[in-house]
Design a protein. Structure first.
Length: 348
């Protein structure tokens, strides 16, 4: 796809959806199930393509007429009369260039009007003056950034979409990525957090909305209220008890907010590394993750833990995540779990 490197995620997507002939993009899918996310992303493909330009290599992956590779617009737009009569509308550059004869073959096989001849002359002049002919290197796709073109980055693309009002830039709704994507806890926890901050965890309200479930919505922890991600993870009586328990234990001056993204954004973290500050950093993550795990135990395994046991599990998982950090050197996982208070609060 986009670039020449080939990480596993790209191989997976290519395998599942199949690639277009040029291999820059996947094919459009018409499958009804299991493809909705990718179909949603694909809606923006044409828009995305409009900001890409190509640096010519061997010309096997660039469309002569459609892609932007010489000048700043596609050749079919600049030379509509020639494009209208040529038989090479879907050709790549390499198919258009006769290497042995060193000439461009535009595929015009019939008599044409003067205006076409004049356009052909201008087109050939353009190709000649720019000295663009296929070479042996690979074609490269670049991202337009103002008047320049360079390597594609997600940041550049995001800013570009923001300036076109295609995505909204809303800093207050964003949790700083460092809070979510940390190496202290596993990636699956980060993904869960990311979904939780966007209110996209698959709680029952979401399942009912998608018609995947068709019975009364109730919270598995308190059985009283409806289950939404905010209720389950913040405002359920069990969740409130657990958040307050740790607030008191760590003397935190923090008020339980309305939303998960505010909870994480306002959580009192310190940039100074110490045992206590590392534990405080991991604490909201461990609370949210354990509430979610407990909910799933009750929903799918029909097993439940007491609130005291959930608090114990939160401490254990924090110990498990952190005991290899240098601050906890010479402290075993078992010591950390058993002597939590001594390990966290007392200096070594
Ligand atoms: Zn509840």
């Amino acid at each position: 796809m986009g670039t020449n490197n080939n990480p596993l995620w790209k191989q997976l997507i290519a395998e599942k959806y199949g690639l277009e002939q040029s291999e820059w993009h996947t094919k459009y899918s018409k499958q009804p199930y299991g493809y909705s996310i990718w179909k949603g992303i694909n809606k923006y493909t044409e828009l995305f393509k409009s900001n890409c330009i190509f640096r010519l290599g061997d010309g096997t992956r660039i469309s002569f007429w459609i892609d932007i590779w010489v000048g700043d617009q596609p050749l079919f737009q600049r030379f509509p009369a020639v494009y209208g009569v040529c038989a090479t509308k879907n050709h790549t550059i390499s198919q258009m260039y006769n290497v042995n004869a060193e000439i461009w073959e535009l595929g015009i096989t019939r008599r044409v009007h003067d205006n076409v001849i004049s356009e052909i002359a201008t087109l050939l002049h353009l190709l000649e003056t720019n000295g663009v002919t296929p070479s042996s290197s690979a074609d490269v796709r670049l991202w337009k950034d103002g008047h320049q073109a360079g390597e594609f980055t997600f940041k550049k693309c995001y800013q570009w979409l923001v300036t076109r009002n295609i995505v909204e830039e809303n800093q207050t709704e964003c949790v700083h990525p460092k809070i979510i994507w940390s190496k202290l806890w596993p990636a699956k926890v980060s993904f869960f957090l990311w979904l939780a901050t966007k209110n996209k965890v698959l709680t029952q309200d979401k399942l009912i909305k998608r018609r995947w479930r068709d019975w009364a919505n109730h919270c598995y922890l308190c059985i009283n209220d409806e289950e939404t991600s905010r209720h389950l993870l913040l405002h359920c009586s069990t969740a409130i008890y657990i958040w307050n328990f740790f607030k008191v234990e760590f003397h935190l001056n923090w008020v339980l907010p309305h939303s998960i993204h505010t909870a994480l954004s306002t959580w009192p973290c310190s940039s100074i590394r110490s045992r206590k500050s590392l534990v405080i950093k991991a604490l909201p993550v461990a609370i949210l993750w354990n509430l979610w795990k407990e909910r799933n135990r009750r929903a799918f395994k029909n097993k439940s833990s007491t609130t005291a046991k959930i608090i114990q599990s939160i401490k254990h998982i924090i110990a498990y995540w952190l005991y290899l950090q240098p601050e906890f050197q010479k402290i075993s996982l078992k010591q950390f779990m058993i002597n939590w208070k001594t390990v966290v609060f007392e200096p070594p």
